[in-house]
Design a protein around this ligand. Structure first.
Ligand code: SF4
Ligand code: SF4
Length: 435
């Protein structure tokens, strides 16, 4: 295991030195690694918080999606002890390898099951046992209902019967729920908040994982209050909502050039978007936000400022993320961070289709799942999950954003945040259907 870790760090140095990642920050990192880089000494988690009624002390910065064992080991070496995975992520086996020479009791492992067609107890038992096998562990700390689509799903009897049995066998400790939005097309009256409040009322769920960030403060604040009242562990995802607006602009320009068959309304929407991204350039320069790093860090500190949040799940895609996120442990929002976030909200917040919103969806005559498509777009643009985002988009059974080209943009007129969503959907469709 040590050999693997050392090798990956050398590869990282090599990649950085040859400009594979190509930023000044990484050059600094490369030099640090060459000088006998020791993350055990230099990068350490500084704060652990109680995860609600589980009583477990989890690192305030935790591990969301990870890709390879070298990087995952480096993350765990810093003291990150909460790791979030899922049956559908396809990476449980990597965690299974990484934990073999570690103190299992020092780690809190959460995995998740989507509720599919087979809702029998036997079906859930079989799938959970496969999770245990891939994780190569005797027990799972928390099993979540993955992306719970509505209130009814929380009560799935087969799921609860299977999990009760696993708990009795000592193979599972706690239950949880994750949610990053509910389709308002089919369930106009349901929302992420309603699902979590119902889960809190249900009483069987000990940990929540929700999409929450500084641009989406209203959509989740009530859930956090209830978590505190009922001592439910609150964990966050999608804390950094910052899209690469420079890329939005470039894509808008490209699509405009390519878009011979695009409706005039969409072109007008794209032009509005492009015009506004031009307007914010002074803001970008003033706060040195070209590489988004400062604003990403500020958005995580914003979440850590809230004592009712147990941990922020970060996506560790490379060693730069390790160097960016772990030092944030134990920090709080500074006055300058708050100013940057407020300015970003004012000048750029309109580019962000709020996770877990979907308020405009019932207005769409074509039944386009606006919020879901923009979430896939977020995976592509902000999280580097290009292939996965494209596959998810291709697999959508609902109408896609190609329909938006022939529409007068009803969704855009009702968005309370002024998001030029028709143009963004056209961009998202273009991005998610072209390799
Ligand atoms: S476009 Fe606006 S109303 Fe529609 S889902 Fe996004 S943020 Fe919500
Ligand atoms: S632009 Fe039209 S078709 Fe597209 S999501 Fe909005 S209302 Fe629906």
């Amino acid at each position: 295991m040590i050999k693997t870790r050392a090798m990956n760090r050398r590869e990282f140095v090599k990649a950085s030195a040859f400009g594979v990642f190509g930023t000044g920050i990484l050059l600094k990192s490369a030099l640090a690694f060459e000088n006998d880089y020791q993350p055990e000494l230099q990068l350490k988690i500084k704060e652990y918080r109680t995860l609600g009624r589980t009583g477990f002390k989890v690192s305030d910065i935790s591990c969301g999606i990870y890709r390879d064992i070298g990087l995952l080991n480096a993350v765990l070496d810093t003291g990150v002890n909460y790791i979030d995975t899922a049956e559908s992520y396809g990476n449980e086996h990597i965690l299974g390898q990484a934990i073999q020479n570690r103190n299992r009791k020092s780690l809190f492992i959460t995995t998740k099951l989507l509720i599919r067609k087979d809702v029998s107890k036997q079906g859930f038992l079989k799938r959970a046992k496969k999770c245990l096998e891939r994780l190569n562990t005797d027990y799972i700390d928390c099993m979540m209902i993955h992306s719970c689509p509505d209130v009814e799903t929380l009560k799935t009897e087969g799921f609860h019967a299977a999990m009760t049995e696993l708990k009795a066998q000592g193979r599972l400790r706690f239950l949880g729920v994750s949610n990053h939005g509910v389709s308002r097309r089919t369930e106009p009256k349901v929302s992420m908040e309603k699902v979590f409040l119902a889960a809190a009322e249900d009483g069987r769920f000990d940990v929540f994982l929700m999409a929450y960030n500084f641009l989406n403060e209203n959509n989740g604040a009530k859930v956090l209050r209830v978590c505190k009242e009922k001592n439910i562990g609150a964990t966050l995802m999608k804390v950094n909502p910052v899209l690469l607006y420079q890329r939005i602009k470039e894509n808008a320009e490209r699509l405009e050039k390519e878009g011979k068959d695009i409706d005039e309304g969409v072109i007008a929407s794209l032009n509005r978007l492009k015009g506004r991204t031009d307007e914010i350039q002074p803001f970008v320069k003033k706060y040195n936000l070209e590489n988004q790093s400062e604003i990403r860090k500020a958005s995580i500190k914003w979440a850590l400022n809230n004592p009712d949040i147990s941990t922020v799940c970060c996506r560790f895609q490379n060693y730069t993320h390790l160097e960016e996120y772990v030092p944030l442990s134990g920090t709080r929002l500074t006055a300058m961070d708050a100013r940057i976030l407020a300015a970003y909200n004012k000048d750029c917040g309109y580019t962000y289709c709020r996770h877990a919103c979907g308020e405009c969806e019932p207005e769409c005559p074509e039944n386009v799942p606006v919020n879901t498509i923009m979430r896939f777009n977020h995976y592509f643009v902000a999280q580097g999950r290009e292939k996965e985002a494209m596959l998810k988009y291709a697999a959508l059974k609902t109408p896609k954003a190609a329909r938006c080209k022939q529409c007068s943009g009803h969704c855009e007129t009702v968005c309370p945040y002024g998001v030029p969503i028709q143009g963004l959907l056209a961009l998202a469709h273009n991005r998610l259907t072209h390799s």
